[in-house]
Write a protein that binds this ligand. Sequence first.
Ligand code: HEC
Length: 173
Amino acid sequence: MFMYRNILVALTLGSTAALAAGPNLGIPVTQDDIAAWDINVLPDGTGLPPGSGTAAQGSDIFAVKCAWCHGVNGVGGTHHSLVGGEPLKGMGSSKTIYNFWPYATTIFDLVRRSMPYIQPRTLSNEEVYALTAYILAINDLIDEKDVMNAETLPQVQMPNRDGFVYRFPELMP
Ligand code: HEC
């Protein structure tokens, strides 16, 4: 019995030491690792990276990387049309960048994190600014010579900017 108890004590001590050392899985996360995933762009433009682009630059990139799904000039493709849209009438209405999206900054965020659909995160920030400018220009929301960057993009007024009603206005800043 005495020996048996000693073995139990030894086992307990051994497992405590093992726990203190940790299971030895994984590696510490560095700030660079986090930065690669920390790519949120907020409606007011917070998080927009350095860089810039125009619709003219975006047009060439769109033709190669986007048109085969979204159509030449953003219409008539196999996936979402990126141009225009009927005025919203109710929940059943088809929602587009033009008739629904309240912020232009969201276009940058979506394109950078998820397009091209089968090769996400392959575009440079410059390319994403240019493509965002292109999508805004084909919707007549900016001029094709306007330069989009961290300062100008949040200032673009989207048609449905004031179309959202806050459910809890008292919680808004
Ligand atoms: C292989 C097909 C494919 C390619 C190539 C592609 N997309 Fe898309 N795109 C999609 C699909 C599918 C969706 C809808 C995704 C969803 O709803 O989750 C989408 C959605 C979008 C939207 C949101 C539209 C909306 O009204 O909600 C934008 C903006 C967009 N794509 C831009 C681009 C740009 C810019 C490129 C080129 C860099 C590109 N896409 C390349 C398939 C594609």
